[in-house]
Design a protein around this ligand. Sequence first.
Ligand code: SF4
Length: 672
Amino acid sequence: MREGQESILREVAEVAGRGGALLVNAPTGSGKTVATLAPLLEHAVRADHKILYLVRTHSQEVQVLNEARAIAHRLESPILSIGLQGRARRCFLLENVAEVKGATAEEHGKLCADRKRATERAMQGEVPISPPPELPEGGEIDLTDLDGCPYYARVLQTDLDGLVERFSAKLPLPHEFEKFCRDENLCAYELSKKLVPSARLITAPYAFFFHPYIRRSLLGWMGIGPERVDLVIDEAHNLPSHLRDLTTVALPQESVRRARAEVAERGDFQLPDGPSATRFFDIVGAAVEELIVALARDDDAVLPATVFEDALLTAIGGTSHRLDTWLGSLATWGENLREERRRERHLPRSWVHTVALTLLSWPQLEGEGYVKVATRLPRPALEAYALDASVAARPILDCHLSVHLSGTLAPLEEYRDSLGLGAAARLLGVPSHFPPENRRFLYDPSVTTRFEELRADPRAIGRLADRLVEVLQCLPVKTAVFFPSFDLLQKVLEAGLQSQLPGNVFIEYSKVPMGDLWRSIEGWKKDPEGTVLIGVAGGRLSEGIDYPDEELEAVVLVGIPYPRPTAKREALRSYLDAKTGKGWEYTVEAPAQRAILQACGRMIRSENDRGIAIILDRRAPNFAKQLPGLEPIGDLAATTRAFYGRRARWSRTASRAPGAAPSPGPTAGENP
Ligand code: SF4
């Protein structure tokens, strides 16, 4: 039992008995997953509940199922655990169809439903289902060539009880399950669905529970009501922003352009007593563009009340009643197109339908829970941005219990209030049990990334680059450097950083697909020439990826990763100020604190890991409470010599076994 685990076990067992919410802030490596699962499994078996364990990343899912496997080995009666993933990952039939890439869950579901129906019809008529066409070299499979689904047919024919027995005896990790399905030509998505009724533990991405359309299906597969669901939310600090994004409604300029093109391609038509459909979309597109150009000078700007609706009505010369009539007929036209495309065996998508529904819902997205903004980034759009995460979080309250886990959930009150979990929610903070001498926190009072100072002094970026190089030269270990934004990262690279870095340097670029990023980073971690990894705080490299042992032993944060001061954030600050009186703490300080702790936490994943975290910003003492022993940087070369021992910078020969004591001080010249 690790320190702190006992309190997690006790609190989880208690919440299992009485129901309600438990919020646990416990550092990585504290064993919170197993301390949560053990009492929950006991309770779920006794009360005939199911545990739904929501994860954000693939690696978290693997970790949960690994723990479940370890527990299951010690039980007398077997327990089935199953990991769910979306069709985008598990549909073998459509994975090589270009048209399906980027399909929504609903669109993919319709394509699948049609092919399953065709399969069932063919099986009833005892017609053989043809295998999918061979993938042409360098090409894609045409969607219209795919009628029935042989992978689904195999699922219908398989011995389900036998598989339940097999997977209960040895719980498969996600990649093992997918490999088994591929080898056996079974649809991994449909098979995992069919195993859910027999499973006691189900892991799934957040969307399975928080997307209303998918949640209804999931509860149907589970065969129980939410009152018999024991919910766990992993890496829960991400949930409030995930839920805000889920309930935000956007009207991107690009969607309006595509809607117009769709009408032009299929044949323009007249709206009842109004303009042609293409003219209508021209007017909408122009109104959206004008507002973005006029208002959003930086990232985004708040839209004055009804300004978009007024601009549309003025340009069209109609009333809101007529506008609704036109939108209704456009929505019907789009729905018919979706059905037609579905009959033709194409992706059932219509941009006209999407845009018409967004415009119909636009006037309703008012009130204190929404703010309307014009945005330039990440794409030009109008948005009704959801401020209130508690609306989408309500289904949590229908479950018997919910346990919310994270290493950076503090301040717990902020999380509780954002999700509306109520004053009765239990809050548990578990302190770090790692040896304090294994971790040093330093900061450099001579620099800052404060926006006003960088703007006022043209040489400030160059100085920051020079200082960063000096610091890196004193660190004889694999080091991660995290910037507050891609913008600053790029500027510092261009100011001379890139040319001065030795060895294999890995740089995170914003638009690289996750799969490619994952593969490259795994390569860097194992590469003895891997020296510096550069990314952004709050980004994909600074959260969710583990770097144990010597894969990472130092972190440098360039500046404090305060969130960008956008109009949306300002609106959220005012909203939370009115609700809790803590707008600034919750929208500015708490996200920066989480980003710092997540970034620094990358290098310490176990009792044996050691590392130094350096913050290049004089504002670091604002976070001294969360960074024990934080002190000014002083003589960094001497500090690192004493901390890391006599390894030469980037030396391949100086590696030590994990957990082994560092060797004594350096000889001259080894460290620059
Ligand atoms: S049954 Fe499975 S493989 Fe077939 S279309 Fe549906 S998700 Fe894809």
